[in-house]
Write a protein that binds this ligand. Structure first.
Ligand code: PLP
Length: 483
């Protein structure tokens, strides 16, 4: 494909994306294909001769579309949102087209500096504590990572390194391996699977803490676990608190947890992957009270802030700990200028993260924040919350159902009153229809369904339509068991 062909065909691709998005309601949200469907349609080897775009584009509709789950459909109400918007897609296209790999400042100063600036913008939009800002006098700052999971792993590895560096001078005869083998991480049984995975990958032993009936971390149990572990010769190292748990959107109490972490000298990481976006609205900031205790924080604009995957923001109170954990130098990697001289504005981000190569993700965040502006971001979040409220009122008005957790932000957790199998059957009837996507979760052994407001285009009529599907499916479940 030469430049002129690209000019022509790229316009076709844009038209395709627009038509897809504007007509997404007409597509069945879940695919009907059987596992292995694509192997039957696509040859098992790459073509020997070049193929023309004109034969490739129809294959997107013929082969790829039937196997898509439409995450941006208003009928997609499982998991959490997969953020998207035209400004963000625009930024993504530019990033691919400009093609810089900005792991050192000099490899594209704009790539690094824009990231530093937009992370400060976002921190201010969300009302985060000042020490996370690069422009603040302290050593804090932010970076865009690929995923929340990556951010949590980065935080864990940083906490691990900090703890080892604290312990070693006090016990010079103990080798590093012995210290590392004693480290412990704490989190509630409601934290995301990414937390346990980070500990698995980082080889840190775990101590999950039983959550309160409302799904929040029990601070007194955390304290007891830390004290007990110390008595047993272990070394408490890392605590994860969640703002907006995946199952029920519960908020851990950062003031209580943070004061324990501070007193115990344990790293506190806050995972606000989904709910962090809500803090652009001042009325939800009470949910992050105590965030000043956090050593690090992650939130995903690629979930609920209209930015397409991948864009996960990560802030740290003191970047020196990150640099200690992640800096590996080679002559071929050295920048011309020392990182210290460039202060907060021009870091070499390769020393803040796991990968070396990095994309220009700040572009799509920058363009999205500019094209929506604070007021429209707030309107978007508020509108989504109002739709969850509409769904909540449907559940409350129907005696066949009960809510399973207080409705917070864009998530409603509900079940059929009675035995668990009824709710499980309801999910399977709904999913078999392929018209609506929900998923199930559990809190303290109680199974329920999650109805999450996801698509940016969802409106009240979509909520009503989803409700009708659920209501009819419930009737079908009841009639199966009528006798
Ligand atoms: N933390 C929470 C609370 C989540 O809900 C999720 C994903 O839904 C994650 C972390 C993982 O985020 P990512 O998919 O960006 O790795």
């Amino acid at each position: 494909m030469d430049a002129e062909e690209f000019r022509k065909h790229a316009k076709m691709a844009i038209d395709y994306i627009i038509d897809y998005n504007e007509n997404i309601r007409n597509r069945q949200v879940l695919p009907s294909v059987e596992p292995g469907y694509l192997h039957k349609l696509i040859p098992s080897t790459a073509p020997a001769a070049p193929e023309d775009w004109s034969v490739i584009i129809p294959d997107i509709e013929r082969f790829i579309q039937p196997g898509l789950t439409h995450w941006n459909s208003p009928n997609f109400n499982g998991f959490f949102p997969a953020g998207n918007s035209y400004p963000s897609i625009f930024g993504e296209i530019l990033s691919a087209g400009l093609g810089c790999v900005g792991f050192n400042w000099m490899l594209s100063p704009a790539c690094t500096e824009l990231e530093v600036i937009v992370l400060d913008w976002l921190a201010k939009l969300m009302g985060l504590p000042e020490h996370f800002l690069a422009e603040a006098p302290g050593p804090g700052g932010g970076i865009i990572q690929g995923s929340g999971s990556e951010g949590i792993l980065v935080a864990l590895l940083t906490a691990k390194e900090r703890t080892v560096r604290q312990i070693k001078p006090l016990h010079p005869n103990i080798d590093e391996g012995t210290v590392k083998a004693k480290l412990v991480a704490y989190f509630s049984d409601q934290s995301n699977s990414a937390v346990e995975k980070a500990c698995l990958l980082g080889s840190v032993r775990i101590r999950p803490i039983k959550s309160n009936p409302n799904g929040t971390l029990k601070a007194c149990q955390l304290k007891n676990a830390i004290v007990e572990d110390r008595e047993n010769g272990l070394i408490p190292c890392f605590v994860v608190a969640t703002l907006g748990t995946t199952a029920t959107c519960a908020f851990d109490d950062l003031t209580q947890i943070g004061s324990i972490c501070e007193a115990e000298g344990v790293w506190l990481h806050v995972d606000a992957a989904y709910a962090g976006a809500a803090f652009v609205c001042p009325e939800y900031r009470y949910l992050m009270a105590g965030l000043e205790y956090a050593d690090s924080l992650n939130m995903n604009p690629h979930k609920w802030l209209l930015v397409n995957f991948d864009c996960s923001c990560f802030w740290v109170k003191d970047r020196a700990h990150l640099l200690n954990a992640f800096t590996v130098d080679r002559d071929y990697l050295r920048d011309h200028y020392s990182e210290i001289m460039r202060q907060n504005w021009a870091p070499n981000f390769r020393n803040w993260e796991i990968p070396l190569g990095r994309r220009f993700r700040a572009l799509k965040l920058w363009i999205t924040l500019r094209m929506f502006g604070e007021s429209n971001l707030r309107n978007f979040i508020r509108k989504q919350v109002s739709m969850a409220k509409r769904f909540e009122s449907k559940i409350q008005a129907d005696s066949r159902f009960e809510l399973c957790a207080p409705v917070c932000l864009g998530l409603v957790c509900f079940r059929i009153v009675g035995e668990e199998f009824l709710t499980r059957e309801l999910l399977s009837v709904v999913l078999d229809s392929r018209e609506l996507f929900l998923n199930g979760a559990t809190l303290h052994g109680k199974y329920f369904l999650r109805y999450a407001i996801c698509s940016r285009d969802m409106d009240l009529s979509d909520v009503d339509k989803g409700w009708t599907i659920i209501s009819n499916a419930t009737e079908a479940v009841f009639s199966r068991h009528a006798n």
